[in-house]
Every structure is written in structure tokens, then in C-alpha cells.
Design a protein around this ligand. Sequence first.
Ligand SMILES: Cc1ncc(COP(=O)(O)O)c(C=O)c1O
Length: 377
Amino acid sequence: MKDKPQRIETLAVHAGRPVDPATGAVAPPIHLSTTFERDPDGSYPRGHLYARNSNPTREALEACLAALERGVAAAAFASGSAATAAVFQALAPGDHVVAPHDAYHGTGRLLRETFARWKLDTTFVDMTDPGEVERALRPATRVVWVETPSNPMWKIADIRALADLAHGAGARCVCDNTVATPVGQSPFELGADLIVHATTKYLGGHSDLMGGAVITRADEEMFQRVRAVQASGGGIPSPFDCWLVLRGIQTLPWRMRAHAENALKVARFLADHRRVEAVHYPGLPGHPAHALATRQMRAFSGMLSFQVRGNAADALGVAAKVRVFTRATSFGGTDSLIEHRASVEGPGTRTPENLLRVSVGLEHADDLIADLEEALS
Ligand SMILES: Cc1ncc(COP(=O)(O)O)c(C=O)c1O
């Protein structure tokens, strides 16, 4: 059982975490060494040379991430954005990317501000409309970037349809699976070629580390280029941060269940509240893509948004009154967070001004609901 665990709860506990053969330690050691001994003949039979290239703690995390997503390999980075950038750095000037209008705003900014200057051309589309994606494809398209559920409206894109379109055009389908996590969604089963994670969020799970990863379904050239960016660019996570992600992942399946259960309760409460204009959560039957979400997701995650009747000031007024929620950006930790998303995204945002984004944490749902009820009163 320990050699071939199949279910995600078992993988989360054991993948990349064998008992330490040197000491019998059940919790893995943190290897801080930046350099590794050569044999007398100059070789590195123990596999490690210099910690920018590889390090045993990072290797353990990468094995765990590959197992969770049922891929063949993973490359860990110092943040989700570093992982995202590594995918774009694996492309060449003149290559074309199709990306959603509502990708994480940092991803859009990377494409618009950094990679446009490297002559990477991007067409931003509504990813919920495969027809629009099809019309955007060109002979130079190398990547169709999918992020679902998308931030902060939690729209659902059809990964299988988009992967088919990408493959038909000779491109790769890259899926940012940060929000759904491998517990909620398996993009490789739906045809994606690479998966990106901000491990900063649910995988780490405690709002105390930054990290990212690129995971590949097959041992292919594009992933080799991502690996080369990791080793030569050096945007690597520290051994301690790798260890923290590994530790967080042990409880990921159970945390995700609780996040989703709490989120659905909070969403239902908000949907019935007279001061709430709209609730965006794919787990609600009224969500426009609930049927698709139910088909491609096993769980709907803990992220939702709601629009307060009125304007930005009304929304900010609600956020100002919470006591259990914390007014802060980010998501995926144990603590529930609330934020006025348009302010975070800044000028040019497409996010409605009256929208509050919520990361539903692991407190008791009734306490979260009571807090929102008070804030909305
Ligand atoms: C979906 C998604 N992808 C990537 C990122 C970037 O991750 P990081 O903040 O670790 O760079 C974020 C950050 O919020 C995100 O929400």
C-alpha cells in the first residue's frame, strides 16, 4: 500500500515523504546544503550537484506535486508568479499565447508588461467561450492558458474543449489549477499538458509561505525548457519553504473538503440576503456554469465573491465591519479573508466596484455567517 498509494488522501500523506533511510525519521529532514560531494571519479552518483539545480527537499516536494496531479515531473519555484513566468520564458519571441481576460491579474500583467517586451504576443479572450478561443488561434500559438475557476468571478472554462482546441492548433494547454487544487480538479485527465500552481495558496495552506510549481503530464521539450529556466534563472524556493508546502499538503484533501463545505454554507447565506446583489460561487446551482463545474470538478473550493447592493463605498463599508474575517488579500489559508478586489487590482480592472472577494477558511461556518450578517446589517 505504501509503495503504490492511489487515492489523493494517501498520496498527500506519503508521496515524496518516505521514512528517512539514514535515521528512520518519519518527518522528512530539511536539507540546507547548497553544494554536494563528488565521488573520486568526479561523478555525482547521489544525484545532486548544486542546490540551484536540485536539492533533496525540493526534489521531495516535486515528487509529491507530480504524484498529486498524476503527472510525471514537477519543477518548484519561489512563487506562483515565478512558475507562471517560467512557462512564458520557455517560449520564443514571436510565439503567441491565448489567455483569459480574467486570469489572475498578475498573470495578465506579466504577459502585458514583461513578456510583450520579449515579443511574446498575447490575445486575451473570454475563456468560457470556446468559439472565441478558436478564433484567436494562429499558426504561431504555442500556449492556451486556462484558469478555472477564474478570479474573482469564479467563471468556469471547459478544460477538455480548450485542450482539444489547443492541440488542434499544435499548441499546449496550460492550466492554472491553484484555485481548484488537485483535490477538486484533475486537468491532466481533461487533456491539459502542463499545470501551474501557486503553492502559496491551498497547497501550503496556512498563509505562511510563497511558492509555485509547474507540473507536466509527459516528459516533453516544453517542460525541459521550464526546468532549464528553473536551474539557470534560479527562481527556486528555499528548502524550508519546500518543507512547509510538503507539510501543508499532508492535510490538503481534508482541508479542501472543509473549505468547500464552509464556502457553500456562506454562499447560500449570502444568496438569500437582501443587501446582496449577486453571489459568484460555482457550487451554487444558480451559477451559470454549475453543470460544467459539476462535470469537471470534484469539489468547488473555498473561493467566492459577492456584490453588495450599491457602489464601492457600500462594499468597503461591509468589509470595514467584519471581525472574524480578516481584511487581506490572498487565499487558501486557514483564516477567512475578505477584500475589495477592484482596489487590489487597480486601474483598468474589469472587476465590479461593489464586489468583495472572500477566501472561506476553516473557522466554524456559523461564526463566519454571523460575522457577515452583522457586517451587512
Ligand atoms: C490563480 C493564481 N495563480 C497564480 C498566482 C500567483 O501566485 P504568487 O502570489 O505565489 O506569485 C495567484 C496569486 O494570487 C493566483 O491567484
